[in-house]
Write a protein that binds this ligand. Structure first.
Ligand code: COA
Length: 141
């Protein structure tokens, strides 16, 4: 299987990206909201297989010193092929020179540690009130 890594948004099917993210519960976006979120992010990465989006990730960044990673996902049928690691590597390439932060599900903390991320002692967040109950339930906070 050939995988194409794409960093631009040309010809991206936002319904496919939305299906991927919503399917894992990472977002509850409409395709239009997904498109806006990616358009407003400095870094976009998509993985395509057979013309279909099977992986994605994005990062907010000031382009100088700070960046934040969101919405990393790989279609379950394509797990364990190194695609997730390559999405992170592509984002880190685009944010070289920056401190890169993220928060993730407790199940994937060790996966990010494998990619070189370290736990923060003083990281804090002002979560949207509508998300807090779910975040507590999922053991994020
Ligand atoms: C996390 C995710 C992106 C990894 O994608 P992937 O393409 O399967 O990852 P890679 O193939 O690059 O790496 C797999 C390796 O990481 C490790 N790994 C995978 N999932 C892991 C987890 N949840 N915790 C710890 N290590 C994990 C394993 O060692 C695995 O090695 P193996 O293939 O020899 O078993 C994918 O599981 C996913 O999309 N999960 C659902 C969405 C999600 O939770 N995203 C992250 C939160 S934003």
């Amino acid at each position: 299987m050939t995988y194409t890594f794409q960093k631009d948004r040309g010809n991206i099917d936002w319904t496919q990206v939305t299906g991927l993210l919503n399917g894992f519960g990472l977002t509850d976006f409409t395709p239009a909201q997904t498109q806006t979120a990616f358009e407003n992010s400095a870094v976009n990465v998509f993985v395509l297989a057979g013309g279909k989006v099977i992986g994605c990730g994005r990062a907010l960044s000031d382009g100088i010193s700070q960046a934040a990673v969101y919405n990393i996902a790989v279609d379950e049928a394509y797990h364990h092929r190194g695609l997730g690691k390559q999405i992170i590597a592509a984002i880190l390439e685009e944010t070289a020179g920056c401190n890169v932060v993220l928060y993730t599900h407790p199940n994937t903390v060790s996966w990010y540690e494998e990619q070189g991320f370290r736990r923060m002692k003083t990281g804090m967040a002002m979560y949207h009130p509508s998300h807090i109950e779910q975040l507590i339930k999922m053991d994020f906070i």
